[in-house]
Design a protein around this ligand. Structure first.
Ligand SMILES: NC(=O)c1ccc[n+]([C@@H]2O[C@H](COP(=O)([O-])OP(=O)(O)OC[C@H]3O[C@@H](n4cnc5c(N)ncnc54)[C@H](O)[C@@H]3O)[C@@H](O)[C@H]2O)c1
Ligand SMILES: O=c1ccn([C@@H]2O[C@H](COP(=O)(O)OP(=O)(O)O[C@H]3O[C@H](CO)[C@@H](O)[C@H](O)[C@H]3O)[C@@H](O)[C@H]2O)c(=O)[nH]1
Length: 480
């Protein structure tokens, strides 16, 4: 029986391995992690991450051919194929701080593989890594190899959170990069035969190592660039009376452009886009490609601009101050159908409002109070390190309370900010919310989920990203 081991039981390692186990009953899959609570959770009824459809997949295979364990060394030494899916956060110190990928966790995983392996291994880069990482990993493994042969493959993951199971069942493509040597090609075939159990052959792409590594960074940069493009347009829509939804619909109808990923928002979040673009910028700079670096930097700058613009709209609409005012925050996760808050725009918006001394009441159906407090008190980039290395008892943000439902959050509030597009926000009883709020009552929709006209009829003053402005807001200065 082929044995697979995945180092890192996170958002990628857990769901990806669960789907491999489901689709390949003859393969034994072990997912290992240094975090004891995480592995305990994977072995319980309360999985450590919320992802639609994941529970069913895990329940079908756990204990049969899918195992979660903290016995990292044993499973690594027994495996034929080792996936490495550990954190690759942005460096916070030293050379390349604020841009380059921190490969500490990757390197320690590679050294451990070299220490415990007794048979030949295929080592698969599942984490998103800088181009040429495979070369560094190869050096670490072969310098300590004791005669054992390693083949390194790059197999970046393209799943999006909230749709991970759907994406894994039916991927647009699976990308496998490897050395163009007989042993390299053999390793590519071995991994290809795993995916071929359920992915049509023509969707499994094979390339050289560097193309596979770079394609992952490029794909995320292209996706994020589309969002920054439509968000830049949303500012112009507000200034001119155009409606960003109509503009994106009209633009997306061009088959060369396509309709997806053109929703204007308060800004993109998530653990990948900013981190991977910063990483791309750093690689460009290291290769002396400053104009190329500058091009991609702009995608992040527009994203920051969009978040600032939102906060400034809130403050300026409410008589230029939110000091002492209760603002309800509906949605904290970086997108719907996940409890993940890494790099969520809600953090920047909340921090911006707290900076103006607002009192916040936050509701999110999947994010805990503890997580929100952590996020609001953590330093930049700390969030993407393994949980046991994050600050243990963050200083609680005193002006932030946590609500169990949207009606409690909005009670006596002066304003409501919608920061995640949870489906339940589309069907809220806004009449009831209006009645219990201070007047004038404001709604700031950062996700374009509410029916603006209906809310204005109820009596709200409404700001919705990229939509024609409320008469109340028209004469306010547009600033960033
Ligand atoms: N989250 C996504 O949607 C997504 C999608 C595609 C690619 N990626 C990439 O995949 C990688 C992992 O992302 P994630 O979201 O799953 O991160 P995560 O933080 O959810 O999971 C990483 C896990 O690795 C564990 N870990 C770290 N060092 C370890 C070691 N030496 N031994 C054993 N376990 C160790 C951590 O404890 C953590 O549980 C990153 O490079 C990310 O950029 C993420
Ligand atoms: O039209 C859009 C689409 C998305 N977003 C925002 O963009 C962010 C990222 O969304 P999404 O890409 O759906 O989620 P991720 O889980 O971050 O997935 C991205 O990042 C992963 C990690 O690298 C990749 O594997 C995926 O292919 C890539 O889509 C979220 O804040 C969304 O709200 C918008 O504002 N407008």
């Amino acid at each position: 029986m082929v044995k697979i081991c995945c180092i890192g039981a996170g958002y990628v390692g857990g769901p990806t391995m669960a789907v491999i186990a489901l689709k390949c009953p003859t393969i034994e899959v072990a997912v290992v992690d240094i975090s004891v609570p995480k592995i305990l959770a994977w072995n319980s009824d309360q999985l450590p991450i919320y992802e639609p459809g994941l529970d069913e997949v895990v329940k079908q295979c756990r204990g049969k051919n899918l195992f979660f364990s903290t016995d990292v060394e044993r499973h690594v030494s027994e495996a034929d194929i080792i996936f490495v899916s550990v954190n690759t956060p942005t460096k916070t110190r030293g050379l390349g701080a604020g841009k380059a990928a921190d490969l500490t966790y990757w390197e320690s995983a590679a050294r451990m593989i070299a220490d415990v392996s007794k048979t030949d291994k295929i080592v698969v880069e599942k984490s998103t890594v800088p181009v040429k990482t495979a070369e560094a990993i190869e050096k670490i493994l072969t310098h300590n190899s004791k005669g054992i042969k390693y083949q390194i493959l790059s197999n970046p993951e393209f799943l999006a959170e909230g749709t991970a199971i759907k994406d894994l069942f039916n991927p647009d493509r699976v990308l496998i990069g490897g050395r163009e040597t007989p042993d390299g090609l053999k390793a590519i075939q071995a991994l290809k035969s795993v995916y071929a159990q359920w992915v049509p052959e023509e969707r499994i792409l094979t390339t050289n190592l560097w193309s596979a590594e770079l394609s992952k960074l490029a794909a995320n940069a292209f996706l994020a660039q589309r969002i920054s493009s439509i968000n830049a347009m949303s500012a112009l829509c507000e200034a001119t009376g155009a409606d960003v939804s109509q503009v994106s619909h009209a633009v997306g109808k061009d088959t060369r452009i396509g309709p997806k990923f053109l929703n204007a928002s308060v800004g993109f979040g998530g653990s990948c886009f900013q981190k991977d673009i910063l990483n791309l910028i750093y690689i460009c700079e290291c290769n002396g490609l400053n104009e190329v670096a500058g091009y991609w930097k702009q995608v992040i700058k527009v994203n920051d601009y969009q978040k600032n613009r939102f906060v400034n709209r809130v403050v300026s609409s409410m008589f230029n101050t939110v000091s002492g005012k209760k603002i309800a925050i509906l949605g904290f996760a970086f997108k719907k159908d996940t409890g993940d808050t890494r790099e969520t725009p809600a953090i920047d918006v909340c921090k911006g409002l707290l900076g103006d001394k607002a009192k916040l009441s936050v509701y999110d159906p999947q994010v805990t109070e503890d997580q929100i407090q952590r996020d609001l008190s953590m330093n930049k980039f700390d969030w993407d390190h393994p949980i046991h290395l994050q600050p243990v008892s963050p200083t609680a943000a005193k002006e932030v309370s946590f609500a169990w439902d949207p009606y409690e959050a909005t009670k006596d509030a002066h304003g409501v900010c919608i920061l995640t597009e949870w489906d339940e926000f589309k069907t809220l009883d806004f009449q009831r919310i209006f009645k219990q709020m201070q007047k004038p009552a404001f709604v700031f929709d950062g996700r374009n989920v509410v029916d603006v006209q209906k809310l204005r009829e109820i009596g709200f003053i409404v700001y919705s990203i990229g939509k024609p402005l409320d008469p109340w807001l028209k004469d306010m200065p547009v600033m960033a």
